[in-house]
Design a protein around this ligand. Structure first.
Ligand SMILES: O=P(O)(O)OC(CO)CO
Ligand SMILES: [Mg+2]
Ligand SMILES: [Mg+2]
Length: 254
């Protein structure tokens, strides 16, 4: 099997050279957005420069409590997505226009469009503001009463999205995630034939902290009608406008 990292890095360098119009003798210039660097005060702005978006551990709470699912995510701004589930030793990869894979095997979303037969993944998030928690529970109640076949949550946004890409669950939605949680897996979902949508419909905005990833437009649109939408501070807001979620204690962030 070809090494996905080797071809990814070759292509990444080619993109960076093109963006910077550099010759092969000039070092390429990448930008980075990472959960920890943003927490340390770095900007979280996407520009035209090729940018790696990184979440070293997605599923920190699982990690701290030695729960099952922990992933690392890496995305080169809509060109590549890599999610590694270290406990299962599963490497999910996607390259724009070239499909999505798990350990080299092609991924395909579920063909189930009847929401009553669907498994929907979501999370409770880390914000403990009672008004936010009420909205999350209202959405959960509405989704359960659609009715759906079941609701699950892996504890990792990236893993929930890879489950959509793998056809194990029909949809995932969450409000409160960050760009580094979902960027890589977004490409994996769309390359596996899935759709991404904002929780109020329309195109997803990866900085908005809101996402639906589904196997089909039909299922995504049912969720749009069901979710109680709200808007957390955007990832690309000025640092003074960002608020720390109540369970995001810096000592626990990895
Ligand atoms: O564990 P992390 O990276 O904080 O991510 C959470 C959501 O923000 C789980 O997806
Ligand atoms: Mg993380
Ligand atoms: Mg994360």
């Amino acid at each position: 099997m070809a090494d996905p990292w080797e071809s990814t890095m070759d292509h990444a360098v080619a993109i960076a050279r093109k963006a910077g119009e550099t010759s092969s003798h000039v070092p390429v210039c990448f930008r980075f957005i990472g959960e920890e660097s943003v927490a340390a005060g770095e900007s979280c702005i996407l520009s035209d420069s090729p940018t790696w978006i990184i979440d070293p551990i997605d599923g920190t709470t699982n990690f701290v409590h030695t729960h099952l699912t922990v992933t690392s995510t890496l995305d080169l701004q809509v060109e590549f997505g890599v999610v590694y589930s270290c406990i299962e030793d599963k490497m999910f990869t996607a390259r724009r226009g070239r499909g999505a894979f798990c350990n080299g095997e092609p991924l395909q979303v579920s063909q189930q469009k009847a929401v009553e037969q669907a498994i929907v993944a979501t999370e409770f998030g880390s914000d403990r503001d009672p008004e936010v928690v009420d909205k999350i529970f209202q959405s959960l109640r509405n989704v359960l009463c659609l009715p759906v076949h079941g609701v699950r949550g892996a504890g990792s946004a990236a893993m929930n999205m890879c489950l959509v890409a793998s056809g194990c669950v029909e949809a995932y939605y969450e409000i409160g995630v960050h760009v580094w949680d979902v960027a890589a897996a977004s490409l994996i979902v769309s390359e596996a034939g899935g759709v991404l949508m904002d929780v109020e419909g329309g195109e997803v905005d990866l900085m908005s902290r809101r996402i639906i990833a589904a196997n089909s437009k039909t299922v995504a649109e049912r969720l749009v009608k069901t979710i109680v939408a709200f808007s957390p501070p955007r990832d690309d807001a000025a640092p003074s406008d960002r608020c720390e979620d109540s369970t995001h204690l810096s000592a626990r962030k990895v």
